[in-house]
Design a binder for this molecule. Structure first.
Ligand code: PLP
Length: 392
């Protein structure tokens, strides 16, 4: 028998995230002509607002695509067959991006790295110094590794690239950090930023983004991988008239305008602080239960997702299944080598104190019912923190 769950489902995976009603309603407006004046006005409004939220003065390319599409777009626009790139095995999504590059005929130097710590800027420096002929065309880093809940210091990695005096392009995946963790592509000298709609931007899945530096545009003019659908040039040209060369995801773009308005009304600083605070409350809950976070580096723990380790013989997927069945809450699965060993609590996007408190209650009850040995003090620790620090 299918369990009946009155009330709202708790979608506490680290994306897709809960879509605010205002955004949902905007996406449900009648579809408009993507070659008409109303659409052109939308695009010409949207692009500057998008740039403000991306904290950039560079162009932002929007694709009807998932994040993986935007990852591919970043590669095919700036690289050529046989180019070498540097990547770090820092988690499931970092591996996927490296694998995608290999499939495209790019030679990937995948540096072994911990899945429990940030990408080490010293390691970036060493690897680049070991390439005096400057054969490495790009450095690929995932800002916030969604599979582990570890955030890498993009500003420090930029400084490491500069210290090595290496001309490699810097490509960064911000799919689970954009609009939730402070990220400054211009200030940090990132050449291509990859993002998606379904996490901090609080939209349904379906939009992928590239922020493109002047150096990246210049590299694109020389790069020879087939760009096909992903080619920035015709999109940027059409954008100057409020158009796209192929059919854009019109309804999602209407939703995006609303989501950007929500973020600007709250203020980006406040959005970042809210995510930091909810992440801290979550980590206090995990410590209160006597469990470990995947992240072992206190300075690198993610503000959007917390990975929680479940020790054998207990199975993290069984805990998640019980929580879904009993409490109608979806949590993130362990991915790649963490499958079954880890579950992930998403605290990204449209979230407030009480939604987080409810989430942590569901996790504590689910762990106890699954007979995972815990101390029933996690929720209390989180509530103490939420109750004594400033509200949203
Ligand atoms: N990179 C990161 C950091 C992600 O979190 C994800 C998805 O969650 C991806 C890449 C892949 O994006 P998508 O599943 O939207 O294609």
């Amino acid at each position: 028998m299918v369990a009946l769950h009155p009330g709202r489902h708790f979608l506490q995976i680290p994306g897709p995230t809960n879509v605010p009603d205002r955004v949902l309603h905007a996406t449900a407006l009648p579809t408009i002509d993507h070659r008409g004046p109303e659409f052109a006005e939308l695009v010409l409004d949207l692009l500057p607002a998008l740039a403000r939220v991306f904290q950039t003065h560079n162009p932002v390319v929007i694709y009807p695509a998932s994040g993986t599409g935007a990852c591919q777009a970043a590669l095919v626009n700036v690289l050529s067959p046989g180019d070498r790139v540097l990547a770090f095995d820092s988690g499931h999504f970092a591996r996927l991006w490296a694998g995608l590059a290999e499939q495209l005929g790019i030679e990937v130097e995948l540096v072994p790295a911990s899945w429990r710590r940030a990408v080490d800027p010293d390691l970036v420096y060493e690897r680049l110094r070991a390439d005096p002929a400057h054969e490495l065309a790009a450095v690929l880093v995932v800002h916030n590794e969604t599979s582990t809940g570890v955030t890498s210091p993009i500003d420090e990695i930029r400084r490491a690239i500069d210290a090595a005096a290496h001309p490699a392009l810097f490509l960064v995946d911000t799919i689970s950090s954009l609009a939730s963790i402070d990220y400054r592509p211009d200030e940090w000298g990132v050449d291509v930023t990859v993002a998606g709609s379904q996490k901090g931007l609080m939209l349904p899945p379906g939009l992928g983004f590239n922020v493109v530096s002047a150096r990246a545009l210049e590299a694109a003019s020389r790069a020879t991988l087939p760009k096909g659908y992903w080619d920035w040039a015709p999109i940027l040209e059409a954008n100057t008239h409020g158009r796209y060369p192929s059919t854009p995801a019109t309804n999602l773009l209407v939703g995006l305008r609303e989501a950007l308005a929500l973020l600007e009304e709250e203020g980006l600083e406040n959005v970042f602080a809210r995510h930091d605070r909810h992440a801290e409350a979550t980590r206090r809950a995990v410590r209160g239960w006597g469990l470990e976070t995947v992240c072992q580096d206190a300075d690198a723990c993610s503000s959007t997702v917390t990975g929680v380790v479940v020790s054998e013989p207990h199975d993290a997927d069984a805990v998640r299944a019980l929580i879904l069945e009993r409490f109608d809450m979806s949590l993130g699965a362990g991915l790649g080598k963490l499958a079954g060993r880890v579950f992930r609590i998403g605290h990204v996007g449209a979230l407030n104190d009480l939604t987080l408190a409810g989430t942590l209650c569901g996790v504590e009850l689910g762990l106890a019912l699954s007979k995972v040995p815990i101390v029933r003090a996690g929720v209390a620790a989180a509530l103490d923190y939420l109750g004594t620090t400033a509200c949203d």
